[in-house]
Ligand binder design. Structure first.
Ligand code: GLU
Length: 353
C-alpha cells in the first residue's frame, strides 16, 4: 500500500504516453488541412466509388474534329486524387497516356503570369468569360480584349505567343519544360496527335490571324499556332494531370519535386479564370454544381483544384456537346459532393485534429 501513489503516477504517465502515441498515429494517417480532413482510406474509397458509379455511362462521343482523337478507345476511364502533400489515390486507367489538349492552358498561363505578372495578363489577353464555345470567332468580335481569356483558344494562342523567347524553338522549349515541371515527370509530344491537329487547324489558324490583325498576338501567327498545337499534343496520364493540379492546390509548388513554379500570390488569379472559363460554355453550370476551379480538354481529361487541399483529375474520351468529358465530370462532381469540396460551401466536416 505504501508505494500506491507511485504506482498511480506511473500508471498516469504510461496512459499519457499511450494517448500521445495513438494521436500521433491518427494524425499521421489523416490528411488534414484546416477544416478539411480525410483519411487516405476515405479518399481511396471516393475514387473507387466514382469509378464504379460512372464506368457504365455511354453518353457523349469522342472529339473527331481532330481526326485522331476519334480513334482513342472510348471505354477508357481513370480517376485520381493527388493531395497537396503528393499522396495519390487512383482508380481505373490512370496510367493511359492521352492528349492533354486544353487542360494544358492553365499551366502555361502560370508561366506567362510569372513572366509578366497578373495585371499584364489581364491587359494583354483579357480574363472575361464568354458563355460561347471555346473556338468562337464571334466572341473575338464581341469582347473588346479580342483574345477573350487565356483558357479559350484565342486567349491560349495569345498566351503562348507571349512566352518570352528569341525564336520559336526557345519558346517551345520553355512551354514544354514548364509542363514537365508541373507534372513532375518527363512527358512526350504525341507526334500523331500533332500531325492530325496541325494539318486540320483551319479554325485555329483563322483565330491566330484574327488576333494578329487586331494587334493582340505577340509573335508570328504560324509560330504561335505551331507552339500552341504542340502544347495541346503533349501526352499525359490522369496521374500526371493530377500532379499538375496538385501543384496549384499546393500554392505553386510541385509536391513531388518541391520545385516552385509560380508565385503563391498569383495562384488565386489563375484559379479564378479556371472557375469562370475552364469548362467552356458550361463554366457557369459547373460553378453552380461542383463549384471547383477546373479545366477540361477535348482529349477527355479534366483537372479540378481544391485550393490548399488537393486536385482531382479524371479522363474518359466521350464528350458532351460543349466538349467536356461526360464520365470525368460526373466523377469529379461526385467526389466534390461527397467531401463538400465546393469552394462556395462552408466546411461541414469536423476536423480530425
Ligand atoms: N487543341 C484543341 C483545339 O485547339 C484544344 C481544344 C480543347 O481541348 O478545348 O481545338
Amino acid at each position: 500500500m505504501a508505494n500506491c501513489p507511485e504506482n498511480t503516477r506511473l500508471h498516469k504517465f504510461i496512459s499519457f504516453v499511450f494517448i500521445i502515441a495513438l494521436s500521433s498515429t491518427l494524425c499521421a494517417q489523416a490528411y488534414a488541412r484546416g477544416p478539411y480532413s480525410y483519411t487516405g482510406v476515405e479518399l481511396q474509397n471516393a475514387v473507387d466509388e466514382a469509378y464504379e458509379k460512372f464506368k457504365g455511362l455511354k453518353d457523349g462521343k469522342n472529339a473527331d474534329y481532330i481526326p485522331i482523337l476519334a480513334t482513342v478507345p472510348s471505354e477508357l476511364f481513370g480517376v485520381v486524387i493527388v493531395t497537396k502533400a503528393g499522396d495519390v489515390y487512383s482508380a481505373g486507367d490512370t496510367d493511359y497516356i492521352f492528349a492533354i489538349e486544353s487542360t494544358s492552358k492553365p499551366f502555361n498561363l502560370a508561366l506567362v503570369m510569372e513572366e509578366y505578372g497578373p495585371e499584364e495578363v489581364q491587359e494583354k489577353i483579357g480574363v472575361e468569360a464568354t458563355g460561347l464555345p471555346f473556338n468562337s470567332k464571334l466572341a473575338m468580335e464581341l469582347i473588346k480584349a479580342r483574345s477573350v481569356n487565356p483558357l479559350v483558344n484565342a486567349g491560349a494562342i495569345a498566351q503562348v505567343s507571349m512566352v518570352k523567347a528569341k525564336n520559336e524553338e526557345e519558346r517551345w522549349d520553355k512551354v514544354f519544360q514548364n509542363m514537365k515541371d508541373f507534372a513532375g515527370t518527363e512527358l512526350k509530344v504525341m507526334d500523331e496527335v500533332y500531325e492530325s491537329e496541325i494539318t486540320t487547324s483551319w479554325s485555329n489558324r483563322a483565330i491566330a490571324n484574327l488576333l494578329y490583325n487586331y494587334g493582340r498576338l505577340y509573335s508570328e501567327p504560324e509560330d504561335a499556332l505551331r507552339v500552341y498545337t504542340k502544347m495541346c499534343s503533349v501526352g499525359v496520364s490522369t496521374t500526371d494531370l493530377g500532379f499538375m493540379g496538385a501543384t496549384l492546390a499546393n500554392g505553386g509548388v510541385n509536391p513531388k519535386t518541391g520545385k516552385r513554379l509560380m508565385k503563391e500570390e498569383y495562384v488565386h488569379h489563375l484559379l479564378a479564370v479556371m472557375l469562370t472559363a475552364g469548362f467552356y460554355d458550361e463554366s457557369g453550370e459547373w460553378a453552380y454544381t461542383a463549384g471547383l476551379p477546373s479545366k477540361t480538354g477535348v482529349g477527355g481529361g479534366i483537372v479540378s483544384v481544391v485550393p490548399g487541399v488537393l486536385a482531382i483529375a479524371a479522363f474518359s474520351p466521350r464528350l458532351n456537346e460543349a466538349g467536356n468529358s461526360v464520365r470525368a465530370q460526373e466523377a469529379i462532381d461526385y467526389i466534390s459532393d461527397k467531401f463538400d469540396l465546393n469552394i462556395f460551401k462552408p466546411r461541414k466536416l469536423p476536423a480530425v485534429m
